[in-house]
Every structure is written in C-alpha cells, then in structure tokens.
Design a protein around this ligand. Sequence first.
Ligand code: SF4
Length: 196
Amino acid sequence: MRSNNFSCTLCPRINKHFSVLKKNFPTYHNAPVTGRGNINSKICIVGLAPGLHGANKTGETFTGDFCSNILNTSLQQSNLYHSNQFYLTNALKCLPPYNKPLSSEIKQCSTYLSNELSLMKNLKVIIALGFIAHTSVLKSLQISLKSYKFSHSSIHNLGNIHMIDSYHCSRININTKKLTTNMLNMVFNQAKKYLN
Ligand code: SF4
C-alpha cells in the first residue's frame, strides 16, 4: 500500500482538517501516509502521526522534519538503517488537528496498523514512540491496555513479540532533553537483542 494511492475518509474531523491544510499548504501531500521500509523486517517502529512539515508534506513516513532526522540518524548510529532492518509507520495515518488525535480516531486507525503488523511475518520487536503509539499497538493486537503501562525503555512481552516503549523523538522532547539521541540509540540497541 503506497501513500499516494491510499485514501481514507473515515474520520470526519481529520477530513475537515485536510481541507484547511490544502488551502494553507497547497503543495503538501495533505492525505493519509502509510508506512515505509521493509515489511519483511523484524522491527516495526510506530510513531504518532505524520508531521505537518514532515510526512504530511512529503507523503513519506518519517521524512522531511526534525523528528524524522533524529529518528533516521539514530537508526544509522544503531546500524539498522543501511541493513534496512525496520519498517516505519504511525498510529494515525493522517495528521490530526493540533497533533492530538481523539480516542475514536486512534481506534478507527488501529485497523490499518493491525493490518500492517499482520503483514510483518518476521516481526519480533515493536518500538512504540510515545504513549499513543503504545496504546495503538495494544489496540491493534487486541491486547488489554490495563496490563501494560507506558514508560520509557520498558519492554513488554506480548507473546511472540516484544514491545519496547520510548518517548517520542519530537522536537519538544529533544529540546527539553526528556529524550536524548543516546537514550533513543539505547532503545534500538535493546531491540537488537530480541531479533533472534
Ligand atoms: S486517521 Fe486513519 S482512519 Fe482516520 S481518516 Fe486517516 S487513515 Fe482513515
């Protein structure tokens, strides 16, 4: 499923938001963005949603903005980038207003994440970037949220798959040092331990 032929109008608030974005940023993608990377890899990295001036502009997940640069650099430093050992996607395939999705939108979009995860036949590790990604992964796998609390660097055993939580690599988290590149590198290095 490529972003440029993926259309979805299931969330009315988000559709309305796109009509505003199309006026304000007419050259941007302004539509749902699906995952990118190697669907046969063992690692799936799940973010929140396309960034306004990142994937929502370029149409490619985790490209073009600050947090994409942080993530891609960390993947390179962890030796995962060049070996193409990852698949990148978001809990929400569309940019929600104020970057804050409603719980109904998270639930609605989790069917797409569920589909992506089911296509990843070699999947061993999911890295959830932030609480919403953590929640969405559990919803997608139909696992009760109560048993798994989000906290940075926690490793959750979900049967055949491990989920590792990380703070999102957003500009605010990086600028306030809530998340450093070293902390993110450590999460990727933790992930590598669960690949076999
Ligand atoms: S957020 Fe997901 S479910 Fe909602 S319109 Fe976008 S692709 Fe569809």
